[in-house]
Design a protein around this ligand. Structure first.
Ligand code: PHE
Length: 350
């Protein structure tokens, strides 16, 4: 009788402990202490042999019943605790798939690219086609072929990087004029954007910068055509209120030659302390002129048949004026804070 009471007492304790367990580890400890090898239950089962054989079946049956009950409660509690743990984990690691995703970082075109594309688009409407030439150029095409002989003082105007005997980093896009003329019969109406190199560096000069060369060769192309073309370009770029003016200047591959100014788009010449034009009212934007007949001879055209105009502009200079960029070097530092300001600027078609 004693044994049965003891078994029931142990079972009650076990069931109580199961009920009180709040974590899986606690429950496992309960299992070990009540049903494990060293538990009171196991001890009693081991001692069954010593009790009165007449009582043995009844005690054994009770022990089995109680053990089964404890097992069942353990399993039940284990399932409950696992469910609680899982829902706590799900709550902690909640992932809301209905949230909008992070915006992809939108890149932007560099102001030099947008400026080149803009000029190409504007002059494309006048029939100019984009062409390119190599940045590593022969000294001949960079200089001699555009009428700058070896000992010509004009070579000092452009401090050139030499790559090897007779090979230079082009110091201007003008050699592409010659490449274009040598590779096709006239008429020619091309634009050549690209990088050029000069040994020069300060707030308004970089050793690598960009130019856009324009060339129009046909029968009777005149200074009036040049002026009309550049006036159209300036107005499309900077606004219909701007004017251009031509000042006589010298470039070996044109005659006559001119430097071209645009009226100040900020103050229109009205502010004596204007930060953009410094009160002069004018900003130089390019060099231009009527193609020197010597270039037609080198290209294999008859100078009696054709005439033409050419111009060359600095892309950085135009970009600085268009966007109010104070220092040319900003354009080459790759600083996101600078570049991010150009998202959404012109992307390719006017
Ligand atoms: N190539 C000249 C320069 O780099 C610019 C220019 C081009 C001038 C075409 C006149 C005609 O300074």
């Amino acid at each position: 009788m004693m044994i049965k009471t003891e078994l029931e007492r142990l079972a009650d304790q076990a069931l109580q402990a199961i009920q009180n367990a709040n974590a899986l580890e606690d429950l496992e400890a309960v299992r070990v202490s009540y049903l494990g090898k060293k538990s009171g239950f196991t001890e009693i089962m081991k001692s069954l042999g010593q009790i009165d054989p007449s009582e043995r079946p009844a005690v054994g049956q009770l022990a089995n019943q109680l053990k089964a009950k404890i097992d069942q409660e353990l399993t039940q509690k284990k399932n409950d605790l696992e469910a609680v743990a899982l829902s706590a984990q799900l709550k902690a690691q909640a992932l809301d798939v209905t949230l909008p995703s992070r915006r992809p970082h939108g890149g932007s075109l560099h102001p030099i690219t947008t400026t080149v594309r803009r000029v190409n688009a504007i002059l494309g409407r006048l029939g100019f086609e984009v062409t390119t030439g190599p940045e590593v150029e022969t000294e001949f095409l960079n200089f001699e072929a555009v009428n700058i002989p070896k000992d010509h003082p004009a070579r000092d105007m452009q401090d050139t990087f030499f790559m090897g005997p007779g090979i230079v980093l082009r110091s201007q896009t003008s050699p592409v004029q010659m490449r274009a003329m040598q590779s096709q019969p006239w008429p020619v109406r091309i634009l050549c954007p690209g990088a050029v190199y000069r040994c020069d560096s300060d707030a308004t000069h970089s050793p690598m910068f960009h130019q856009i060369e324009g060339l129009w060769v046909d029968r009777q192309v005149s200074m009036a055509d040049l002026k009309g073309t550049l006036d159209f370009l300036a107005k499309e770029l900077f606004g219909s209120q701007v004017k251009i003016r031509l000042r006589p200047s010298y470039f070996p591959f044109v005659e006559p030659g001119a430097e071209v100014d645009v009226s100040c788009m900020l103050c229109g010449g009205k502010n004596p302390t204007c930060p953009v034009c410094k009160g002069t009212g004018w900003l130089e934007i390019l060099g231009a002129g009527i193609v020197h007949p010597r270039l037609f001879e080198i290209a294999g055209y008859n100078p009696k048949d054709v005439s033409g105009f050419a111009f060359g502009m600095g892309v950085e200079r135009i970009a600085m004026l268009l966007h109010g960029i104070p220092d040319l070097r900003l354009m080459f530092h790759g600083d996101q804070r600078f570049l991010a300001q150009f998202t959404g600027v012109f992307r390719g078609s006017e």
